[in-house]
Every structure is written in C-alpha cells, then in structure tokens.
Design a protein around this ligand. Structure first.
Ligand SMILES: Nc1ncnc2c1ncn2[C@@H]1O[C@H](COP(=O)(O)OP(=O)(O)OP(=O)(O)O)[C@@H](O)[C@H]1O
Ligand SMILES: Nc1ncnc2c1ncn2[C@@H]1O[C@H](COP(=O)(O)OP(=O)(O)OP(=O)(O)O)[C@@H](O)[C@H]1O
Lengths: 222, 222
C-alpha cells in the first residue's frame, strides 16, 4: 500500500486517482474546484478542495507524507509549475507531472520532476498507428525501442504451423500472442504460442519487433 | 496513402493530425477556432476553419471523400454527437471518436462509431499501474487480455541464464525483451532473448502475461 497525492482532478487526474485507488493504494485527491472534489469524494480515500500553489494548504492536507505526487494541471501551465516547486520544497520525493506542450515538459524536467507524461500525445501516437494501416488493429510503442502491433493473420499464414511459417527468420518479428474467436461467441488468447500452433482464418496476431520490421510486414500484408 | 479528416484540433486532435501526416497519409484538419487551424497549417495537408456541425461546410471541404474521420471534441459533447451524425449522413465509412465520459461513449457507440477511445483514461490506467508498484517501470494493457510490464531484474535472477530461471514454468510469464545499459552510455534492447541469455544487474525485463501473473511476480519482487 503506497500513499499518493493527485493534484488536479480533470479527466486525466480523476482517472489516475480512481485507478490507483482500485489498485489498493491510498490517494488524496486535490483540486481548486469543489465540483471536481465532490465527484470523487465517495471513490477515493480523501478528496480535498484547496489551491495547490498554497504551501500551507498542502501541508495541512498532509501532502508532505505521500510517496508519490501526480500533478495533472494543463490549461494553467503557471499553476502546474508552481505546484511542482511547492511539492519539491515540502520534500515529496517522487513527482510525476503531465505536460501539454514540449516546452512545458522541458521546464518540468528542469524542476526535477521524476517523470513527465503527455497523455493526449502518447495516446494519439498509439491510435494513429493503428488507423494508418488497414492491417494494424492495435499498436503500442515501448520506451525500450520496440513496438507491438496486432494484425489480422494474412491469408498466406492460414493452415500452417509457426514452425513452417518461420516468422522470426523471415520477418525478424516475434509472435507473442494469438487471439481467436471461439465457438459460442467468446474469445481466447494464447500467449507465447508453441511451434506447432496452426494459424486459422480470423486469427489476430500480436507481433513484437522494431518499428521498421512492423512496417515491412505491413507492406507485405497490403 | 489513406485520407483522413481530424475534426477538433485540441491536444489530442492536433497530435492525431500530425502523427498521421508523419506516417505519410493525407490529413484534412478541421476546427471552429482559427488559432487551432493556423497552428497546423504548415504541418498537415489541409487545415480548414469551419463549424463541423454544418453539413454544407463539411461537404465543401470534401470530408465525404475521406476513408476515416476522427472526431476529437470533448468539452462540448453535443457538438461531438452532432458532428458524428453529420459524418454518417454524408457517407464517411469509418469514424473514430473520443469520449470523455462513459455515457458519452455509449451514445457514440449507438450512433455507429467504428471505435470509441478515452485518451485520458487509457493513459491514466497505464501510468497508474507503473506507479502503483515500485517494481513496474512501464505497463500496457492489450485489448486481448494480456499485459506487458517492464520490471528491474530481481537480484535472484542476476548471473543466471533464462534456461536456468525457467520464468515461464515458474511464473507463467514470457520474457519478451531485455534492456540494458551499454558501456559508453547507450542502451541496447534484445528482443526475444535466447535460452542462454545471462541476466545482469541493472537489466530491465519486459514480461508478458495476464494481469494476475504480473501482480504475482510483483509480490515476489517486493
Ligand atoms: N492551483 C490549483 N490548485 C488545485 N487545482 C488546480 C489548480 N489549478 C488548476 N487546478 C485544477 O486542475 C484540474 C485540471 O486542470 P486543467 O483543466 O488545467 O487541465 P486539463 O489538462 O484540461 O485536464 P484534463 O485532464 O481534463 O485534460 C482542474 O480541475 C482545475 O480545477
Ligand atoms: N462544432 C465544432 N466544429 C469544429 N470544431 C469544434 C467544434 N466544437 C468544438 N470544436 C473544437 O474542438 C477542439 C477540441 O475541443 P474541446 O476543447 O472540447 O476538447 P478537449 O477534449 O478539451 O480537447 P483536448 O484534446 O485538448 O483534451 C477545440 O479546438 C474546439 O474549437
């Protein structure tokens, strides 16, 4: 059980506060607007209305005792930066802050924020990739430089085993999961399928590799 | 090359328009605000100021010819719904729309939208998981029911090969990549490492499995 403060309960902040609570942690949610505070009063441990740029108010709410503070203020960049400075001065060790422009992100980093996130941009990248190609159903980039794309099984793969298809030697991609509809309406996912797995029509393949390798496969699937 | 319309050029819409353009597609960006249109005029194929609830204006901009339309309007839910209806009536086949509340999402689905996304919520889930545990560096949930968590290599793994560690039989998880710092400051990612790979101190392991399996490993790492 860890203790978190989430400051700014807009769409992103409210979702952070509720998800952390569902994962079993203690969350104090803070917002200057009473309606934003009331909306979460019954879901999270503590919801407090205060102006987070006011250091006395932060201390009164016990924010100096949390392990991690999440700052999710977008429209008012000045408030976002002031709040981060106040949190550092009262001694909060780990601060995660949302940025809404690249320069906002760079200033947050200079202030020593542990992690800067761009929620809208990161989701747009994920969605744009999955729309940009007829074949990609879902797409996620990892910080480590690899991506995962989920594609419909190409016709040429149907009826053959993974051993026969030699996906890694031929495309450099690793098949990490196969998703298929099962009779009666459900869906079944086979994680890390074995070499004897046979690909069927309608299968969805989750493939892991570099961005360039995924684009090459995409060209082949066209 | 596909043709897209992105309606609503706030943070999410603007990031969608620019990412689709970078991936090589033709994008017409639409917004009622002139400053939002001007901000993208030099980046995307076409940026047009109009009220997207006005069907004559949509036709004049040629929106009926696009393959996919993305509607990214949040504050004004009525406009989001009206725009989706107009797009369907002028015959746009695939519509992707951002929702900002669950009920907004349900109405969009009733209107026959191809895909509903909640950018803030989906990013909050990803971030909350990676913050909720000291051991998880990054975390992504896939629609297929599996997740990927990146964790620091546990002390007990260091100096041993994957064959010796038997990660899959013991934890049910599949190690899909190892990331490590290399001398001289860079970073190297080994995707789908072989059984003889030796884990070193400071390695970061990307593990694939169900949410329950990842949480079990997390308990072991504590
Ligand atoms: N000084 C402050 N102290 C406390 N809360 C604040 C302060 N300034 C702004 N907020 C709150 O932060 C919340 C989010 O701020 P804002 O609307 O700027 O961000 P946003 O990026 O548009 O949010 P969303 O997550 O909805 O996209 C609002 O509810 C606002 O009341
Ligand atoms: N009828 C309309 N026609 C065209 N553009 C519109 C219309 N209604 C709203 N917009 C534009 O959509 C954009 C995004 O809208 P809004 O601010 O409601 O969403 P948001 O969810 O807060 O955006 P963000 O992506 O920044 O989080 C704004 O730039 C706004 O001008």
């Amino acid at each position: 059980k860890r203790q978190f403060a989430v400051i700014g309960l807009g769409r992103f902040g409210a979702a952070m506060a509720t998800t952390l609570t569902t994962l079993g942690h203690e969350v104090v949610g803070i917002d200057a607007r009473d309606d934003a505070v009331q909306a979460l009063a019954d879901t999270i441990e503590q919801a407090v209305q205060l102006d987070a740029t006011d250091v006395k108010a932060l201390r009164a709410a016990g924010v100096q005792n949390v392990e991690v503070a999440v700052v999710s203020i977008g429209e008012n960049i000045e408030a976002s930066l002031l709040v981060v400075m106040q949190l550092r001065e009262i001694g909060v060790k780990a601060i995660v802050a949302k940025a809404v422009t690249p320069i906002h992100g760079r200033i947050l980093e200079k202030l020593g924020v542990t992690r800067v996130v761009f929620p809208e941009r990161e989701m747009a990248i994920r969605l744009a990739h999955s729309l940009a190609s007829r074949n990609v159903l879902d797409y996620v980039e990892f910080s480590a430089g690899f991506s995962i794309a989920e594609v419909p099984a190409p016709e040429a793969f149907v009826g053959r085993t993974l051993r026969q298809l030699e996906i890694r030697p031929r495309f450099g991609l690793t098949l990490i999961a196969v998703r298929r509809q099962v009779p009666g309406g459900g869906e079944e996912t086979t994680v890390a399928p074995g070499a004897d797995e046979v690909i069927r029509t309608g299968d969805r393949l989750a493939l892991l590799g570099s961005q360039a390798q995924i684009e090459k496969l995409d060209d082949l699937l066209r």
